[in-house]
Design a protein around this ligand. Structure first.
Ligand code: AMP
Ligand code: ZN
Length: 139
């Protein structure tokens, strides 16, 4: 499955260049050309899926199995203290490239990358009700 207009499909097919880190039949990882920090990497499925919820579970597993080694390698290479895995779905969630990708973003104390994380709270009973609704949709 490929989208002829998709830049990451073209990277996966070798039609446009990338700075490759790893590849196999299911996945490819390369350095982000607009890094939030040196070593910022992207892991993508070879096949075209726009958002992560579209991915068959076995394809997701085949891609995600690379995350531990990729995280270790980036951390060892750039000497960062930690890293974020970030995955955006939909333009409202800041997805710009409509082909699933997992960002591996090196983090260091006082770096410039930050989240707005406006943690809220639930009124009594709401958390149990929400969990029930979500569980229904998991079936
Ligand atoms: P997102 O906002 O999650 O869709 O992120 C898309 C990411 O893809 C950005 O961090 C871009 O810098 C990166 N990107 C776009 N085009 C390329 C490319 N040709 N090679 C490497 N990274 C790219
Ligand atoms: Zn694609």
């Amino acid at each position: 499955m490929k989208d002829s207009d998709c830049i990451f499909c073209k990277i996966a097919a070798g039609e446009i260049p990338c700075t490759k880190l790893l590849e196999d039949d299911s996945a490819i990882a390369f350095l982000d050309i607009g890094p939030l920090a040196p070593g910022h990497a992207l892991l993508i499925p070879r096949e075209h899926y726009v958002t992560v919820d579209q991915m068959p579970a076995d394809v997701a597993a085949d891609v995600l199995k690379h995350l531990p080694a990729l995280g270790r390698a980036v951390q060892a290479a750039v000497g960062c203290e930690g890293f974020n895995i970030l995955q955006n779905n939909g333009s409202v969630a800041h997805q710009v490239v409509p082909h699933v990708h997992f960002h591996v973003i090196p983090r260091n104390p006082d770096d410039e990358f930050g989240f707005n994380w406006p943690a809220g709270s639930y009124p009594p009973g709401r958390i149990e009700q929400l969990a029930e609704d979500i569980r229904k949709h998991l079936k």
